[in-house]
Design a protein around this ligand. Sequence first.
Ligand SMILES: Nc1ncnc2c1ncn2[C@@H]1O[C@H](COP(=O)(O)OP(=O)(O)O)[C@@H](O)[C@H]1O
Ligand SMILES: [Mg+2]
Length: 348
Amino acid sequence: MITVKNLEKHYGGVPVLRDLSFSIEEGEIFGIVGNSGAGKSTLLRCFNGLERYQGGSVTVMGKEVAALNEAGLKALRRDIGMIFQNFGLMGRKNVFENVAFPLRIWETPPQSFREFLARLQFWRAPSKEVTDRVMEFLELMGLADKHFERVQSLSGGQKQRVGIARALALYPKILLCDEATSALDPNTTMDILSLLQSINSRLKLTMVVVTHQMEVVKRICHRLLLLDKGIAQCLGKTEELFISSTECLKKFMEDDYTLIATGTNIRLMFMSPREISQDAVITTMARDLDISFSIVGGKLERYLDDVLGFLIINVPDEHLDVVFCYMKEKNLHWEVLGNGRDNVGRPR
Ligand SMILES: Nc1ncnc2c1ncn2[C@@H]1O[C@H](COP(=O)(O)OP(=O)(O)O)[C@@H](O)[C@H]1O
Ligand SMILES: [Mg+2]
């Protein structure tokens, strides 16, 4: 559906995307994940021709994007719907008009600028086709009873549903989602993700989901690409990347913690499902050894039935040897942080 080969993009000599190669298959939900500034939005905008690129190639549905003329780009963008973090809606228009907007403009392309302006006159009654199509999608989004409400009076989740309905109104073949859930609370995020998932399977729509939230890719993406400073760090099936506890995913899931200056800071890693009952490790170790630890920080996330991530504990020096023995015996994965000792985590 989308093939990227040796893609290079820079802004005024500063590289933003470097030698990217991957392809996105028809009907899949493909995740692009990475920290802020990694180049995710720029990459997405190369797909619909909103950005130019300096090297390599991007083909979408068999066409090289850089080679398209004005008309070709217009046709391409018609086939690609997009939703955004801040929804990109007309706040003072009602729900119906927001979803009808692309239809009014593109149902049959306006023949002149005057006609284009005339189509923008919202007081003009929409055709039956437009009305039917808008109502079809509002129903799919569970918003049919809200069509006369102004968008600005809706909740964040409802606004994003309007955004999705509008993006789907022209029956696109690809849906690009740029941080579409980043402005939503966790429950609403899950609702919107389920909705996207059901659209993907019902409409067989190819989706590209850009996000900095690992939660999002884990929940819905079939495959993922991790970007860091414009460079592909890993690419593969979501589940396989998690289960093989890929090094680059570990790094991405880490945050910076202020380590305790005394004693020894140890990071315990819980990166492959079903290996141990992670919740209990720290308490069991403390009880078995009769030592108390400080917890410096950590990041644990639920993946399927397991908890994955890491915890950093601080161990007083006098207890270090017995803690190392214990961790070895229990087959834990760990590494020592920031005090100059060798890393002694079990090699995998
Ligand atoms: N129009 C632009 N002009 C110059 N630099 C830009 C422009 N847009 C983005 N950048 C830079 O490109 C890099 C990638 O940005 P972006 O694609 O928005 O990252 P992400 O979406 O992953 O947060 C950043 O360093 C950003 O500052
Ligand atoms: Mg972005």
